[in-house]
Design a protein around this ligand. Structure first.
Ligand SMILES: Cc1cc2nc3c(=O)[nH]c(=O)nc-3n(C[C@H](O)[C@H](O)[C@H](O)COP(=O)(O)OP(=O)(O)OC[C@H]3O[C@@H](n4cnc5c(N)ncnc54)[C@H](O)[C@@H]3O)c2cc1C
Length: 334
């Protein structure tokens, strides 16, 4: 079967991979000159399904566990060192609240924090440790996926080409926010981030700093680089990072460790996350086009699980009520 995938963000790349693995002939069409330059370029790369349960539905945990397997087995680019969640002493109530709303964690003391992250010794009295969580470098992960796809004989990669008119076969639309033209309830949620560089501090796993106003995470990228993210703002303006966001992100990094004050700011950026009103991902169909979208703040965490469902929907008429509005038997004829 011939499948055309639109958009080489994390949704489109994982969909191409999963369709190709079934033996379909897949054409991946991306309007930019390289894959992964959309919202996915700005992601932190947290694969934290248990932590996410604090603020989202159990669906994200279930799909996230499936995707974790993808990132550790099918395309093994993730590091599984867990996530550390800490709070300044004045915000300790936040840590208790976070613990009540999540599972899969251990409550650890200062000694264990120091054993896990020696550079945080003496900085926090307690923390939550989520040992089974993972993280990845989004840009490296997408490059690895794209390289795998380039080696498949049944995949054609077309970069720098706009989608163009629909073809006769199935189309899987993974255009992220650009699919607003077909998905009117899709909105953008801006996320600002920055990357710091310093060799004064080392971390081996993501650390989330709780704060009543803006929880912030710091993801180690290796070679002394740290991604600090991310704001959540209800607007669709890409690119520009505000002074307020910069202050808040830098303040959180400084609160985690004062050594970040001497770090070099090597990158700032803002992406717009595609989200549906309930902030949950969806697979929708219109004619012979299947839309995979609404990955919101969980693109890397959810895309592999969504891709697998899209394949089973197209090839086997499978029905996944957790991400689909209608049963495939109600499909419109092409
Ligand atoms: C600051 C920030 C931090 C984040 N941190 C995390 C995190 O830690 N973990 C996590 O899981 N998620 C995170 N996310 C969320 C994640 O980045 C998004 O959910 C994800 O990138 C959405 O992927 P996508 O493939 O749907 O969209 P995109 O990445 O935007 O991809 C869509 C692609 O379609 C292409 N396109 C558009 N129009 C056309 C057309 N007409 N023809 C062909 N191609 C087209 C675009 O060029 C683009 O490449 C974060 C997001 C932000 C902004």
């Amino acid at each position: 079967m011939a499948i055309r995938i639109l958009g080489a963000g994390i949704a489109g790349l994982t969909a191409t991979f999963e369709f190709a693995r079934t033996g379909c002939d897949v054409e991946l069409v991306e309007c930019r000159e390289r894959p992964g330059l959309g919202c996915s370029f700005l992601a932190g790369g947290m694969l934290a399904p248990w932590c996410e349960a604090e603020s989202t539905e159990k669906l994200v945990l279930d799909l996230g566990l499936e995707s974790l397997q993808f990132w550790t087995e099918s395309v093994p680019v993730a590091t599984r060192q867990g996530t550390l969640v800490v709070a300044p002493a004045r915000d300790r109530a936040e840590l208790s609240r976070f613990a009540r709303r999540t599972s899969g964690h251990e409550h650890i003391d200062a000694g264990r924090i120091a054993a896990l992250e020696p550079d945080l010794a003496g900085r926090f009295e307690e923390a939550l440790f989520f040992p089974s969580e993972a993280h990845l470098d989004p840009r490296a992960a997408m490059a690895a996926l794209a390289a795998r796809l380039a080696s498949f004989a049944n995949v054609a990669l077309r970069y720098g080409v706009d989608a163009g008119p629909a073809s006769a076969g199935w189309t899987v639309d993974c255009r992220g926010l650009a699919a607003q033209d077909a998905l009117p309830d899709l909105r953008g949620v801006k996320g600002e981030m920055l990357v710091l560089s310093t060799h004064e501090i080392a971390l081996t796993r993501p650390v989330q700093l709780l704060h009543p106003r803006h929880p912030v995470y710091i993801v180690p990228r290796g070679d002394g680089r740290f991604m600090i993210g991310a704001t959540m703002i209800e607007n669709e303006e890409p690119g520009r990072i505000t002074a307020r966001a910069m202050l808040e992100l830098l303040g959180a990094a400084y609160c985690l460790h004062p050594a970040f004050a001497e770090a070099e700011i090597v990158e700032t950026g803002a992406g717009v996350r595609p989200a549906f009103p309930d902030n949950l991902p969806k697979i929708r169909r219109e004619g012979r086009t299947v839309y995979v979208n609404g990955l919101y703040r969980h693109g890397f965490l959810l895309a592999p699980a969504l891709a697998r469902r899209a394949v089973q929907y197209v090839l086997e008429d499978a029905y996944f009520p957790e991400v689909m509005d209608a049963h495939p038997r109600q499909r419109q004829s092409a």
